[in-house]
Design a protein around this ligand. Structure first.
Ligand code: 5GP
Length: 213
């Protein structure tokens, strides 16, 4: 339930969306956030893309066939989903809702189309865009990862340019020049977001009622 001021009541967690072009280091930044704070829950997405070396089902993604993915959509199990460079990616809805209802913050690491769908459903969410220091630096990070074919790298770079143009729909933009710095910038944003007046008003409403008399 959303309050009449448009923010999540304080006893609900904050929904955080982290987007940014492929290769910008969203996964690494999330991992760093995870290691320095236990306050944020991570949403594990479903995807039809094949697992990369070292990825585990249920940890990095829930790896699905196209048929299984379609079923999840039909059964309204997805908060959002999008097609990205030939594969489907989506956020399982129930886990996100249950986490927010228990008062915990949750972070979704998703691409831009999906983020915009989430924004329609959760306008009170916090939308953060992660930028590379430059485009050549982004390309060298994708190449350096060594997991993509030349064609996929070209596709991802062209999608990256379109994605960066969508940054205007986000609340914050952070440059990932150094992982620890990017991580502490995100933590600062979240600290400030927790003290937004409208979130506080709902937290202290039991005695604020007296003030209004
Ligand atoms: P990758 O294949 O590199 O793991 O992910 C490709 C893109 O899909 C990344 O930008 C990643 O953030 C995005 N992505 C991952 N999970 C989801 C999801 O659940 N929904 C959407 N819309 N994008 C996702």
């Amino acid at each position: 339930m959303t309050s009449n001021v448009g923010y999540t009541p304080a006893d609900k967690g904050i929904l955080i969306v982290l987007s940014g072009p492929s290769g910008v280091g969203k996964g690494t930044v999330c991992k760093a956030l995870r290691s320095c704070t236990s306050d944020i829950v991570y949403s594990v997405s479903a995807t039809t893309r094949a697992p990369r070396q070292g990825e585990t089902d249920g940890v990095n993604y829930f790896f699905k066939t196209r048929e299984q993915f379609r079923q999840m959509i039909e059964q309204d199990q997805m908060l959002e989903w999008a097609e990205y460079v030939g594969n489907y990616y989506g956020t399982p809805r129930k886990f996100v809702e249950d986490t927010l209802n228990t008062g915990k913050d949750i972070i979704l690491e998703i691409e831009v189309q999906g983020a915009l769908k989430v924004k329609q459903k959760f306008p009170e969410g916090v939308f953060i865009f992660l930028l590379p220091p430059s485009l050549p630096e982004l390309e060298s990070r994708i190449v350096g990862r060594g997991t993509e074919s030349e064609e996929t790298i070209r596709n991802r770079m062209s999608v990256a340019v379109d994605e960066i143009a969508m940054m205007e729909h986000y609340d914050y933009a952070i440059v990932n020049d150094q992982v620890d710095l990017a991580c502490s910038r995100i933590r600062s944003i979240l600290t400030a977001e927790h003290y937004r007046k409208d979130r506080m008003v709902s937290k202290i409403q039991h005695w604020m009622a007296e003030v209004k008399k």
